[in-house]
Write a protein that binds this ligand. Structure first.
Ligand code: B12
Ligand code: SF4
Ligand code: SF4
Length: 491
């Protein structure tokens, strides 16, 4: 019998926000739901856990004598004012660092600046964006490789189990488990109406995974956390496409996060709603009060830090200033949860902060140059935004090198261009020569998928267009016939 507290300590030291445990019995309800939703078409042709619901809901398929699931959640909300504590991120050699996280630690795991972060760099590299340049948004969970950090945390737990003679397999964001169902059973969080698991203290901005083991762990049977949503239904009302068709039920056919990952023609009904999103969608996350409380607190902390810094600057010249300085980077939340037990309730009292807008990327640098090099640097530098024109100007190899860790349909770069053309139609400025050049280039592409979306983009930007070679291709012909909603700002 393994002591759960030991596993919790190891997981938390390795950066996990919450750790819990539950039995590895099959998830029969989840299997039934997967089958029902698949039958009703709500899966929108997704594979993932829908490919083989039986396999995804039976932990014993991963480990034949599985007895326990040790579940971990990694907090992926990184406001500018808060850096991860050192224990979250070990360096590539596995050595744990002490003290506050340094910028270099964050970079070593691809933790860019997240939403709104901005690292000062020297020389020209800081001048990257033109103020007119169309930008596309990347959802927060994809702004860095959080799954690697999550798996490392879980591996730490697995290594303890293995060292004690047990078998342990890590699964996070794979198709072998339904991660939310596992986290829910372990009492890590409640099931939000958005369908996401909300962890007290972190909200829904966590990624989830588990260690499947044949060890018996001495956890008390966890209770399901009580519903923390109450009467709130902001996510249902705030979803731009109405994809949350009932509390906890997402119709993937309408979900922008899925439509960006689906192959074929981008569903014309949702192109305008796509707005400037290029990967993932954060609307149901951003409207959610428990998350907004965090944005609001981060703003306050950031403001306090700025005030403190400016006051420190003013007093630094005074040699007699011996005031103790509070650590500006101290985490303002977190590590309050052990084994799924709540120490902070986030339900409706959170709404006092709920009107704080979500953080938006700042530090968008400006330049007269639009090189792809700049796009790439921006992707590394400020991973919440990417250059739409940069995407359309890059080669396949460059796109896959830069964005290959995203889920790209069929691993084909043309889908990044397809999505970029829809975004360009929504946010591009047709008076810009570089925008017109990108549309013209796409119109003369040899790939009907690109030509079809370039036609939509040209129409949306109210640019004249001419299709030469592919008029008879069915998807191009359909696009020529299509009515395209006009952009109010261009009228
Ligand atoms: C396929 C998939 C998607 C698909 C489909 C999402 C979906 N809702 O099914 C798409 C591409 C759209 C997607 C989007 C996102 N995803 Co995703 N995705 C997955 C994946 C690979 C499988 C999910 C799955 O099995 N869905 C099947 C359906 C049936 O599950 P479900 O929608 O959760 O349905 C459950 C509830 O309805 C619940 N339930 C039943 N009755 C009731 C009644 C009520 C009242 C309630 C509240 C619930 C409830 O039971 C159902 C079955 O378990 C998992 C990784 C994994 N292996 O588990 C990540 C995962 C679910 N995704 C994740 C994330 C972060 C996201 C996004 C936030 C990313 C983004 N910003 O774009 C969005 C959120 C969209 C949303 N509102 O769900 C995280 C979720 C973390 C969390 N805190 O919950 C996961 C767990 C990845 C990970 N390992 O961390 N995702
Ligand atoms: S990810 Fe976006 S489109 Fe999908 S359910 Fe959430 S708000 Fe709706
Ligand atoms: S927006 Fe409201 S209803 Fe939706 S998950 Fe968040 S708290 Fe629950």
């Amino acid at each position: 019998m393994i002591n759960l507290e030991k596993l919790i300590t190891a997981g938390r030291e390795a950066g996990l926000f919450a750790v819990g445990a539950c039995s590895a019995q099959p998830f029969t309800d989840t299997k039934r739901i997967l089958d029902e939703r698949k039958k009703a078409g709500l899966h929108g042709n997704m594979q993932f856990t829908y490919r083989n619901p039986e396999r995804s809901t039976e932990p014993a398929r991963l480990l034949p004598d599985a007895k326990t699931l040790v579940v971990g959640a990694l907090d992926y909300y990184l406001p500018e004012s808060q850096t991860r504590t050192s224990s979250c991120i070990s360096d590539p050699s596995g050595r744990q660092k002490s003290g506050d996280t340094q910028e270099s630690d964050r970079q070593s795991y691809g933790f860019g600046n997240g939403a709104g972060g901005g690292r000062k760099r020297s020389g020209d590299a800081q001048e990257l964006w033109d103020e007119q340049e169309p930008q596309a948004r990347v959802a927060a969970y994809a702004q860095a490789d959080y799954y690697t950090a999550l798996r490392q945390g879980l591996e730490k737990i697995a290594s303890i189990l293995r060292a004690t003679g047990y078998r342990a397999v890590v699964s996070a964001d794979e198709n072998s488990l339904v991660d939310r169902a596992v986290a829910h059973r372990a009492g890590i969080g409640w099931w939000g109406k958005s369908a996401s698991i909300l962890v007290p203290g972190a909200g829904s901005m966590v990624v989830l995974g588990a260690v499947v083991t044949n060890a018996l762990v001495d956890y008390e049977k966890p209770d399901f956390l009580p519903d923390g949503c109450g009467p709130c239904r902001r996510c249902l009302d705030g979803c731009p496409t109405g994809a949350i068709v009932a509390p906890g039920v997402v119709d993937a056919r309408k979900c922008l996060a899925w439509l960006l990952q689906l192959d074929g023609v981008f569903d014309p009904r949702f192109r305008v709603a796509l707005g400037d999103r290029i990967y993932g969608c954060d609307d149901c996350t951003e409207v959610c009060p428990p998350n907004r409380v965090r944005f609001s607190r981060a703003r306050r902390v950031s403001h306090q830090v700025q005030l403190r810094r400016s006051s420190e600057m003013k007093t630094s010249e005074r040699k007699d200033n011996k005031q103790p300085q509070k650590d500006a980077q101290e985490p303002f939340l977190g590590n309050s949860l052990i084994s799924g037990h709540r120490t902070e309730s986030f339900s409706q009292q959170a709404t006092q902060d709920a009107d704080c807008p979500p953080p938006r990327p700042r530090n968008i640098h400006r330049t007269k140059s639009f090189s792809r090099q700049a796009t790439q640097e921006l992707f590394l530098e400020n991973t919440s935004r990417v250059s739409v024109l940069g995407l359309l100007e890059a080669s396949d190899a460059e796109l896959m090198a830069d964005y290959g860790r995203w889920y790209i349909p069929k691993r084909q770069a043309r889908y990044l261009r397809r999505n970029a053309l829809v975004v360009l139609g929504n946010v591009g400025d047709p008076s810009q020569p570089r925008v017109r050049a990108a549309v013209e280039r796409a119109l003369s592409d040899t790939d009907p998928l690109i030509v079809a979306h370039a036609i939509w983009c040209a129409r949306r930007l109210e640019l004249p267009f001419d299709v030469v070679g592919l008029k008879d291709d069915p998807i191009v012909a359909a696009e020529i016939e299509r009515d395209v909603p006009q952009r109010a700002d261009l009228l």
